[in-house]
Design a protein around this ligand. Structure first.
Ligand code: AMP
Length: 410
């Protein structure tokens, strides 16, 4: 009797650890199956909740019990996976891929985590105080649970490290900037990378041949200019506050607004931080950050909601124009994330009036609801307008799997 061959590890667990939440997905890179999707939220509170959905569209299971910290959260996730025969001890698990928000200048590609890499991610906490600490805790906890398994960090900033200095530097004193690592890093990189590549696929072209403007419009929002598969500019900067109008973030403001608020309004640095990051953007302008609600209010004649929408669209148009000029030639403008994928009226308003740039949307194609990547401009349009659903978890899993496969062949 011969023993069956050991299964080749082809599964990747993707972890996205936030300050009080952990999102996760288990993907099989062999057949592309999504084996589990879940979320633990309100970690550290009495009302913590874990929602675990097995397979593609399986029946969700919910646990409501106090989950004290990230270690307890990951243990609960491991239990849910084990209940479906997909435990962390499975020999089919190839690696764990971690979303890490800030990789600074050092991490330009996905990286297998060792003690030194973890220490460097911690050294970046001052430039990403809201995100990197939770990412570090997530990696530490996962390493403790499976010390033998490769843990891979996939950085939100990595895709933007190809930006030329002319786009990445602020025009401030060079010594001061360098001493404090102040420059434009950009975020949402995993999404911009995935969407620009999928847009090239949609056009039937190699990513190296096409120039794309990617508009990632979720609650956080950013634009990027991608030339031949490489990012040459992006709208977020040192932190995710710069650029487009977002759900609760202001995006671009004159930096003098901050010292004015300090000197004239007597606000503290922390208060200004909260104002610009949490109480501005659409919420600050009209009290709502959900585009569906804003649309409903506009339809009822609400002037504040209409003005908030106009400011949002005006900023978006400015970035489309700026990145058109940066790229010189544009093959496609791709909309993605919650607003970009679902709000046809935002796409229509952002592209309206740009016919001279070769940009037009087809009303019918644009209004169609679909979860597939698609082109919504008419066939005669010089520049394609595309809607490309983003999939950051798949991109993290792909990058993680490619890295561990390459390492095991080496
Ligand atoms: P995300 O951060 O990518 O999950 O996007 C979340 C945002 O997408 C929400 O705050 C809404 O503004 C927006 N959104 C989600 N679904 C729709 C929809 N059907 N129509 C318009 N906006 C939507």
């Amino acid at each position: 009797m011969t023993t069956p061959p050991a299964p080749v590890p082809s599964r990747v667990l993707v972890l996205n650890s936030g300050s009080s939440s952990v999102k996760y997905q288990l993907l099989d890179m062999g057949d592309g199956a999504r084996l589990a999707v879940g979320l633990v939220e309100r970690i550290g509170e009495r009302t913590s909740r874990l929602v675990h959905t097995p397979g593609d569209g399986g029946e969700p299971r919910e646990r409501t019990e106090p989950i004290a910290d990230h270690e307890a959260a990951l243990k609960a996730v491991a239990e849910e996976l084990a209940a479906d025969g997909l435990g962390l001890d499975s020999p089919e698990l190839a690696a764990i891929g971690h979303r890490v928000v800030h990789g600074g200048l050092k991490f330009t590609a996905p990286t297998v985590v060792d003690d030194e890499v973890l220490a460097e991610i911690e050294r970046l906490v001052p430039v990403a105080p809201l995100h990197n600490p939770a990412n570090v805790v997530g990696i530490r906890t996962a390493r403790a649970l499976r010390p033998d398994l490769p843990q891979v960090a996939v950085f939100d900033t990595a895709f933007h490290t190809t930006m030329p200095e002319s786009a990445a530097r602020y025009a401030i004193d060079v010594e001061t900037a360098d001493a404090h690592r102040i420059r434009r890093y950009g975020f949402h990189g995993t999404s911009h990378a995935y969407v620009s590549r999928e847009t090239a696929k949609l056009l039937g072209k190699d990513p190296a041949e096409v120039n794309v403007i990617v508009l990632h419009l979720g609650n956080g929002a950013s634009a990027s200019a991608v030339a031949g598969g490489r990012c040459v500019d992006t709208s977020m900067g040192l932190t995710p506050l710069e650029g487009l109008v977002m759900g609760t973030r202001s995006g671009d403001v004159d930096p003098a607004v901050t010292f004015h608020l300090k000197r004239v309004a007597g606000m503290s640095t922390d208060e200004i931080d909260v104002l610009l990051n949490k109480k501005s953007g659409l919420v600050g302008l009209c009290g709502d950050n959900d585009m569906r609600e804003i649309r409903r209010r506009i339809d009822e004649g609400d002037e504040r909601a209409r003005l908030a929408f106009e400011i949002y669209v005006h900023r978006l148009k400015k970035y489309i124009g700026a990145y058109y000029a940066v790229l010189g030639r544009v093959d496609a403008v791709a909309f993605t994330a919650g607003v970009g994928e679902n709000a046809a009226f935002v796409r229509e308003a952002a592209i309206a009036g740009l016919e001279e740039l070769g940009l037009v949307v087809d009303g019918e194609l644009n209004a169609e609801r679909s979860s597939r990547a698609r082109i919504v401009s008419p066939v005669y349009a010089r520049v394609a307008v595309a809607v490309v659903p983003t999939d950051e978890e798949l991109e993290i899993a792909r990058q993680t799997f490619d890295l561990v496969s390459a390492n095991s062949l080496a």
